[in-house]
Design a protein around this ligand. Structure first.
Ligand code: NAP
Length: 302
């Protein structure tokens, strides 16, 4: 317990998890952490977090546990698997999954934990690694509303826009809508820059000229300049975007729904993975379009 605030458990210290956990520590929460690759916790341990050897050990020490791991099987393993949270959590505890995973999987986990008197929230985020560092994430939450009210002070440390969306799974459905918007928009940004490059436009100046108008978007303003500079370092990895597109298309299949733009864009991201760019940032999707057009969208390349 630090400054009277409860101890929070945090599992999964990658690009997003590390800065989110750091903000909790800075806000005075006690912090117990576990992640698959222990060295990724070194920075936080030096700043005062405590290490636990498995998710169950985290849950024994913290009434509220956050998970931030890649995909649905990872959340299932961390929560329900051997030495998982379920083995350590006490009745009255709250488990909050902030990863982007399948709404169906979230509902199933919530049902299992409910039989132990434990609340489970799905609370995926948007805003990228920068938003995680700044504590300005958009957080979309599904689960029991009274549990939401209990954990709101934690969300307020990590995010700026916090929305309770409804019952279990509703947060993930919202996030998948977000991901259709993000993936389709970024592909449009990339295609526009490839066109501009071939047509002889000054790309950075073009972005400045149009970003405040009707074509403006977070993707254009933040990732457009990185594309032009050839900066493909990951904020959000191509493999994770492809995972989200898979989740959307799986759900569309269940709903017997045609999503032609999402399906097309998924193929572009897959081509980038095939080309060895899976661990690049999503802006590297431009390289697929560049190959089709035979031109690079770099400043000075026109
Ligand atoms: P990441 O950098 O790959 O981090 C995931 C972390 O989880 C890694 O440290 C990984 O360990 C750890 N992990 C994986 N399986 C584990 C397990 N079974 N037990 C314990 N730890 C485990 O990914 P990220 O970018 O932080 O993304 C995390 C989630 O947030 C994903 O669902 C993603 O879609 C979502 N998201 C990401 C962004 C973004 O901009 N990056 C934005 C919004 C949402 P290792 O180090 O051993 O791999």
């Amino acid at each position: 317990m630090a400054h009277g605030k409860p101890v929070v458990g945090f599992i999964g210290l990658g690009i997003m998890g590390q800065p989110m956990a750091r903000n909790l520590l800075k806000a005075g929460f006690g912090l117990v952490v576990y992640t698959r690759t222990r060295r990724k916790a070194n920075g936080l341990l030096a700043e005062g977090a405590l290490w636990a050897d498995c998710p169950a050990a985290v849950a024994r020490q913290a009434p509220m546990v956050i998970t931030m791991v890649p995909d649905s099987p990872d959340v299932e393993q961390v929560v329900l698997g051997p030495q998982g949270i379920i083995e350590g959590v006490r009745p009255g505890g709250v488990v909050i999954d902030m990863s982007t995973v399948s709404p169906r999987v979230e509902r199933a986990i919530a049902q299992q934990l409910a039989t132990r008197g434990v609340a489970y929230m799905d609370a995926p985020v948007s805003g990228g690694s920068w938003g995680a560092i700044q504590g300005t994430l958009a957080i979309m939450v599904g689960g029991e509303e009274d549990a939401f009210r209990r954990v709101l002070p934690i969300f307020e440390v990590m995010g700026k826009s916090i929305t309770y969306m409804g019952p279990s799974g509703a947060g993930q459905v919202t996030k998948l809508v977000n991901q259709v918007l993000v993936a389709v928009t970024l592909s449009g940004v990339a295609e526009a820059l490839v066109f501009g490059a071939k047509a002889g436009a000054d790309l950075l100046k073009t972005i400045e000229a149009v970003k405040g108008g009707a074509a403006g978007s977070w993707q254009l303003a933040n990732l457009g300049p990185r594309i032009v500079k050839g900066d493909f370092a990951p904020g959000f990895m191509i493999t994770l975007q492809l995972k989200d597109l898979r989740l959307i298309l799986e759900m569309a299949e269940e709903l017997a729904l045609s999503l032609p733009l999402t399906a097309l864009v998924a193929q572009l991201y897959r081509a980038a993975v095939v080309d060895g760019k899976g661990e690049c940032g999503t802006q590297a999707v431009v390289t697929v379009l560049e190959r089709l057009a035979g031109v690079e969208a770099r400043q000075g390349s026109a």
